[in-house]
Design a protein around this ligand. Structure first.
Ligand SMILES: [Zn+2]
Ligand SMILES: [Zn+2]
Ligand SMILES: [Zn+2]
Ligand SMILES: [Zn+2]
Ligand SMILES: [Zn+2]
Ligand SMILES: [Zn+2]
Length: 204
């Protein structure tokens, strides 16, 4: 484990220290699973994903190009009355997330980090694009229906769940597994290993 200079984050009263651990945690910002690097308050057992600890107050994304998204932090107890879902992965958003006021568009901080295009080894001919609607609505990997955004090849009518793009196993993974796979998909290092990386050169 290595430590660096503590940061003060608006979601917590005490300073948080970056820890490179091998531990799994629940992020106290976005309330989803995390693994590895965390910004942590040891005395409170408080953890933030590295991205949740450092993500900016506003964000402009290809996922919602018409408006700039605002970072919001809503206490989890309010969340029960008005449960909101991430428009990208369809898991609930609680605590820290990005919101578009006029559209009611919501997205997890981590989901904003998903690459728009990925190269997917089992389908080398074309890049898959992160899209709100697809061709088949059936995941090529786990064979279940897809309601959320997905990686698709429109030309070949092929759709893959975001979380299945980094997994080869059939069967719908558990929520925990889905969130951890999603985390894998946003971490470029792992994406490079498993699916040869966000496209870049490949598209040109
Ligand atoms: Zn988080
Ligand atoms: Zn604390
Ligand atoms: Zn999400
Ligand atoms: Zn909007
Ligand atoms: Zn799937
Ligand atoms: Zn294709």
């Amino acid at each position: 484990m290595s430590c660096s200079k503590p940061i003060q984050h608006f979601t917590h009263v005490h300073p948080l220290t970056k820890v490179d651990g091998d531990i799994e945690f629940i992020c106290d910002g976005c309330n989803t699973y995390g693994f590895g690097e965390t910004y942590r308050c040891v005395s409170c057992n408080y953890d933030l994903h590295e991205h949740c600890a450092t993500c900016p107050p506003t964000h402009l994304s290809f996922m919602h190009p018409q408006h700039e998204l605002r970072r919001v932090f809503r206490e989890p107890d309010e969340g029960l009355k008005d449960r909101r879902l991430c428009d990208i992965c369809y898991e609930s958003v609680e605590g820290l997330y990005y919101h578009c006021v006029p559209c009611g568009f919501d997205v997890h901080p981590l989901c904003t980090q998903l690459p728009q295009y990925v190269r997917y080894v089992p389908h080398p001919a074309h890049a898959l694009e992160l899209s709100p609607s697809g061709a088949s609505n059936t995941c090529q990997v786990c064979r279940n229906t897809i309601q959320s955004w997905r990686y698709k090849c429109g030309q070949c009518r092929l759709d893959v769940h975001i979380e299945c793009v980094t997994s080869a196993s059939a069967g719908r993974p558990s929520k925990r597994r889905r969130m951890l796979n999603l985390l894998k998909a946003v971490s470029v290092g792992v994406v490079c290993n498993l699916i040869a990386g966000p496209v870049g050169e490949f598209l040109k």
